[in-house]
Design a protein around this ligand. Structure first.
Ligand code: ZN
Ligand code: ZN
Length: 172
């Protein structure tokens, strides 16, 4: 497998750029080969992450942060009385290569801008930094689930999304 060191793959992995629709092998000159064992070690050490080949943005609903879903409040300025707010989370599909990540990008990407501070505190509070990246996908799914009102995303073993992958870790 290739160990990318390039700007473009690290930006994509960090969620700063969308993955390309068609992956052109000539788009970078990275040719550094690593064994699967080395790749695993680099990921565990927080030096690298899997390259992202596809990214999906999915909507979900949270209880309104202003009225807390109180049905008595008819003219809530935030939700207009619906009691819920629409938010989005992303599901990344990973490729077979890895990419080095810069120190600045090692704090995991967050599902939504609004919940960034909550999520960051949650991750920082629970996990040593080198575990953050590999745990991120699972936590992301759990965190998202904790906010979902109604419909759940389908079970997906790669992203850890869905009922089957609920580990029941409390949000504090
Ligand atoms: Zn590259
Ligand atoms: Zn409201």
């Amino acid at each position: 497998m290739i160990y990318h060191q390039c700007f473009i793959e690290s930006r994509i992995a960090a969620g700063k750029r969308p993955p390309p629709l068609i992956r052109n092998k000539k788009r970078c000159t990275c040719r550094q080969e690593v064994t699967p064992e080395e790749a695993k070690e680099l990921i565990q050490d927080g030096e690298a992450v899997w390259i992202v080949i596809h990214r999906e943005r999915k909507p979900f609903q949270i209880t309104c942060t202003l009225c807390r879903g109180d049905k008595e409040v008819k003219n809530c300025a935030e939700c207009r009385g619906k009691g819920v707010l629409e938010r989005y989370y992303t599901i990344d599909s990973y490729g077979d290569d890895i990419v080095a990540i810069s120190i600045a990008l090692r704090t995991p990407r967050t599902p939504t801008v609004e919940s960034e501070h909550i999520f960051r505190a949650y991750v920082d509070g629970y996990l040593p930094s080198q575990k953050r990246i590999e745990e991120y996908g699972r936590l992301n799914a759990e965190f998202t689930r904790s906010l979902i009102v109604g419909e759940e995303p389908p079970d997906d073993p790669k992203t850890g999304t869905g009922r089957k992958y609920d580990f029941g870790r409390p949000i504090t």
